[in-house]
Design a protein around this ligand. Structure first.
Ligand code: MRU
Length: 353
């Protein structure tokens, strides 16, 4: 398997017992590793999208619980667990749509609650958070292997937002499939949508793919349908932030690509780990994060809209399952009818929203 060139997007530093991560708001201009030593640091980093992307948020949630555990000064187990739960609730509230955040938090919190002493709980928290991170890499590699079978030997694919190494521990989901296809010797060209308003496509996807020597071309989100009509796109592949029993949530703009792809009879695939599934809920149960007007109203320091104009800035949209030709996971490619194929996805205990 090809090695990852970069350090992990997010990792636990055992020596100083803190979280280290690549600050994604600085890319592509600056590549800097940052540290979170408190829960407030981590919550801020998640809200500001310094750490972002569903699987990376899952790892951040898991490591956040570990951070709360090792930093707690409580010696009484009950009070220690209260500390950990308070931190977990604080982190959970930072971003409501990507289910992986809550999934990572819950996975470690549940394990910690089984400890017989504070010392044991701290050790369990760190071990489980590291296990979440390690599994993410294996998951992405497996998923990449299943997904690359769907790619013709020569193809041009469209992707939206960043579902790459930066959105995971490494390798990526949608970009992991692209990396796996390239590693298998396929000739893959990528159109990366800029992904307005925060440009995770131009800033992160283009940066990642170009560094790996993968052929990538930046396009405005609004040109995707026209390129499909001109026969320039063979398939679409995106990541996901939450998959309910009836829809796939992903970065705003994904739904319009799915509609255009169906119109032009182009396959539309989603690549996501099982941890992104939330099959006890429907689309209408989910809170879609709305972000600050400044993300749309300004480009850097330049104002783009008059002060008195309203702004609606959803971070995500939902694509109904009937527009999706396959969901690539680490357990294989799920195909319609999803009511049947989703039975293969066992997620164990329910994750709190
Ligand atoms: O707001 P973001 O940057 O966290 O949104 C990320 C996305 O929408 C990604 O496509 C999704 O998390 C999949 S990442 C493997």
């Amino acid at each position: 398997m090809p090695e990852t060139k970069e350090p992990y997007t997010i990792a636990w530093d055992a020596e100083s017992e803190c979280i280290v991560y690549i600050d994604q708001t600085l890319l592509p201009g600056r590549y800097e590793m940052m540290r979170c030593t408190t829960i407030d640091d981590l919550a801020r980093a998640i809200r500001r999208l310094e750490i972002r992307g569903a699987p990376a948020l899952g790892i951040a949630g898991a490591m956040g619980v570990a951070l709360a555990a090792v930093r707690s000064t409580e010696e009484d187990l009950g009070r220690f667990l209260d500390d950990v739960r308070r931190a977990a609730d604080h982190l959970r509230s930072t971003r409501p749509t990507a289910v992986n955040l809550a999934w990572g938090i819950d996975r470690v919190t549940r394990k910690v609650a089984m400890a017989a002493s504070v010392a044991e709980a701290k050790a369990i928290a760190v071990a489980e958070a590291n296990a979440v991170a390690k599994e993410d890499e294996l998951t992405c590699r497996k998923l990449g292997g299943f997904g690359e079978d769907l790619f013709p030997d020569e193809c041009t694919v469209l992707t939206h937002c960043n579902a790459g190494a930066l959105a995971c521990r490494c390798w990526g989901t949608a970009l992991g499939v692209i990396r796996s296809a390239v590693a298998a010797g396929k000739n893959v060209r990528v159109f990366s949508c800029e992904t307005r308003p925060l440009n995770q496509g131009s800033r992160l996807t283009c940066w990642e793919l170009a560094r790996d020597g993968i052929d990538v071309t930046l396009i405005p989100d609004s040109s995707a349908a026209y390129l499909m009509r001109k026969g320039k796109i063979d398939l679409v592949i995106v990541g996901a932030d939450r998959i309910t029993k009836d829809a796939v949530f992903n970065k705003i703009g994904t739904y319009m690509h799915a509609v255009a792809a169906r119109h032009h009879k182009i396959p539309f695939y989603v690549a996501a780990p099982v941890s992104t599934f939330d099959l006890s809920r429907r689309e209408t149960d989910i809170i879609v994060e709305e972000r600050d007007r400044s993300e749309l109203a300004y480009c850097g320091d330049r104002q783009l809209v008059p002060d008195d104009v309203k702004v609606l800035n959803y971070a995500f949209d939902a694509t109904p399952l009937d527009l999706i030709d396959g969901i690539i996971t680490e357990i294989g490619v799920l195909r319609p009818p999803y009511a049947e194929s989703f039975r293969l996805v066992g997620k164990g205990e329910e994750t709190r929203p």
